[in-house]
Design a protein around this ligand. Structure first.
Ligand code: C2E
Ligand code: MG
Ligand code: MG
Ligand code: MG
Length: 290
């Protein structure tokens, strides 16, 4: 919790100021914002990668990049919104983009066709509103020698519909050949009519719908409707937050072909991804020999 973090860090003498909730938030933002800036300069952020699998076989179809701040002991749900408010998301996001693409290039070099087919990076509205964003992506892809089709920009539905992101920016990304995924789909204010006009390739159906999917729940009805919509619009659907075998099975029965969640894998540090890729490469080559 942000307020607790600031209070702890600044000592008892500062407690009076936290009487006012508004001021508290502002103070906490300022303090945490400064710590995040310092953490970026000190190289304290790390990246983990969560597999996106195909259903029903569970083979990796790609990975999603997720940022971590081990020293700060708070998750991205807490620090990303502050990085957005303070503007730090711009340099932090550039670091994430470049580090993830460098990582993908390294996996490509080592594993070739057995490497990850696709890598997703979360991009916030604030980054997308930077005038040079598409150019930055283009330059980074070129620098690291990553094919644009391997790269997926994950942008929340809220960023697209309420975040003041110009559709032109998404169009520019699409023109590079980069894929666009609408994240946390179903939680924001999307209009299904507008969805038609958004240049996206896939929808990531929010985990709140997956959580209640078993049985004759309303979530199951919604999850079923969403797969129909994505089909009709020629989009791919990815189910997020799949935690149980029963959920995976229900989603598969509904027609979902891609899923992500603790049931398949937690987000993995790069060394772990590498050993999993090495294992599957070994399995492939022994299959080819037999
Ligand atoms: P997201 O992009 O929707 O990422 C999915 C979140 O769900 C991740 O949380 C992931 O660890 C978590 N998750 C995965 N499988 C399961 C599951 O089976 N059950 C449950 N309950 N959760 C699961 P995380 O890593 O804490 O990230 C939270 C959010 O922070 C992300 O949501 C994204 O909006 C933002 N974020 C994370 N990394 C970045 C980043 O590099 N850049 C930006 N701009 N935002 C990021
Ligand atoms: Mg995401
Ligand atoms: Mg999501
Ligand atoms: Mg989310």
């Amino acid at each position: 919790d942000v307020a607790m973090y600031a209070a702890k860090d600044r000592g008892k003498g500062r407690f009076a100021i936290y009487d006012d909730a508004l001021e508290r938030t502002h103070e906490a933002d300022q303090q945490l914002g400064a710590d995040l800036r310092r953490a970026l300069d000190a190289g304290e952020f790390t990246l983990v990668y969560q597999p996106i699998v195909s259903l029903p076989d569970g083979a990796w179809s790609g990975l999603e990049t997720l940022v971590r701040w081990p020293a700060g002991k708070i998750g991205p749900d807490t620090f990303i919104p502050i990085a957005e408010r303070t503007g730090l998301i711009v340099p932090l996001g550039s670091w994430i983009l470049r580090t993830a693409l460098a990582q993908l290039a390294a996996w490509d070099a080592e594993f070739g066709a057995a490497g990850p087919r696709r890598l997703g990076v979360n991009v916030s509205a604030r980054q997308l509103r930077e005038p040079g964003f598409a150019q930055e992506v283009r330059d980074a892809l070129e620098e690291f020698g990553v094919r644009p089709e391997q790269f997926v920009v994950e942008v929340t539905e809220t960023a697209v519909f309420d975040g003041g992101v110009a559709l032109d920016t998404l169009v520019a990304l699409k023109q590079l050949g980069v894929r666009v995924a609408l994240d946390d789909f179903g939680t924001g204010h999307s209009s299904l009519g507008l969805l038609r006009t958004v240049p996206a390739d896939s929808l990531k159906v929010d985990k709140s719908f997956v959580a209640g999917i078993d049985g004759a729940s309303e979530e199951a009805v919604i999850a079923a409707a969403m797969i129909q919509i994505t089909r009709g619009l020629h989009l791919q659907a990815v189910a997020e937050g799949v935690e149980t075998a029963a959920q995976a099975e229900t989603l598969c029965d509904l027609g979902y072909r891609f899923a992500q969640g603790y049931h398949f894998s937690r987000p993995l540090p790069p060394a772990e991804v590498r050993s999993r890729l090495a294992e599957s490469q070994l399995a492939r080559s022994s299959m080819a020999r037999n």
